[in-house]
Design a protein around this ligand. Structure first.
Ligand SMILES: [Mg+2]
Length: 292
């Protein structure tokens, strides 16, 4: 592996296979009868991303790390950035250029905990430090059992089928978007949804940032906006899936729309749309931005 560039190393690895094995194992864990009665259990710790860690999150992360250990044993080197464990080096020097694997073992943990449908495994693989460098994205939504994936430059896939049709933006007679997905963990942020009344006719809140973004990729909603700063683990994989499907994504706290770093800090809201016009409309909604 020593002579391979970072991007060659990304390409030479069966990330899709590893993600599929992890998703299958997590789904089996979620479906196990004993899990149903233990969904509400917390481990008593706070994850690297700052949320309370559920037993489910910790178990799902352990499954993903099992796959990463297998890849590392096969000679791959990378740095994992994961919601609960933080940054973990698998034979790569974090100070030198390296492959980054950005993981949310369960995006929408609270949905999983309470038995609501949308909660997803999200894994992104990048050959550089920002959203623009994500080369592979994988989101498995355990509710409907939908698998979303994309390789940079090769289009987006739903359940293994290429999304061939450019998703079409729908607007009402008054020019507003027909449907906007918003994400926020905190009801106080919903104040900001009011600012979107001029942009969209209807809102949907699914409760998982990665899943909401994927709906834009398939044209099921016209746009998506997180009402607060999101973390890379939530958005890194799905933002590539949206872009490879023909949609547009921005992290408006950054001058470079895809300049958000692949770390554990919540830096910027994420917005996604199917036209430059809608993306520009969402970008001006006054969400308080942390300085990058
Ligand atoms: Mg999570």
């Amino acid at each position: 592996m020593g002579r391979m560039s970072v991007s060659q190393t990304v390409r030479a690895t069966d990330w899709l296979g590893a993600c599929r094995r992890a998703a299958q194992a997590i789904r089996a864990r979620l479906d196990a009868p004993q899990t149903r009665s233990q969904r509400l259990a917390e481990t008593g710790t706070i994850g690297g991303g700052g949320d309370r860690t559920l037993v489910l999150d910790a178990d799902a992360e352990e499954i993903v790390f099992g796959e990463l250990e297998r890849l590392h044993a096969e000679g791959r080197a990378f740095v994992a950035v994961s919601e609960e464990r933080g940054e973990v080096a698998f034979g790569a020097d974090p100070a030198a250029p390296h492959v980054r694997v950005v993981i949310d073992p369960i995006d929408g943990s609270l949905n999983a905990k309470r038995g609501l449908p949308h909660h997803a495994l999200s894994i992104a693989v990048a050959d550089g430090p920002t959203m623009a460098d994500v080369a592979f994205g994988y989101v498995y939504d355990f509710g409907p059992g939908e698998e979303w994936s994309a390789w940079r430059g090769e289009g987006a896939f739903l359940n293994g089928e290429r999304l061939r049709e450019q998703p079409v933006e729908r607007r009402g007679a008054d020019g507003r978007l027909e449907m906007l997905a918003v994400e926020s963990a905190d009801p106080r942020h919903l104040d900001r949804a009011g600012d979107m009344a001029d942009i969209a006719r209807r809102l949907r809140v699914l409760g998982a940032i990665a899943v909401s973004l994927c709906q834009v990729a398939a044209g099921r909603v016209d746009a998506m906006a997180s009402l607060w700063r999101c973390r890379a683990v939530d958005a890194a994989a799905a933002q590539l899936i949206v872009r490879e499907a023909g949609g547009l994504v921005a992290f408006p706290a950054f001058d470079d729309p895809l300049g958000a770093p692949l770390d554990l800090e919540p830096h910027s809201p994420v917005i996604a749309a199917l036209s430059e016009e809608a993306l520009a409309q969402l970008a001006v909604v006054p969400v308080p931005l942390a300085s990058p």
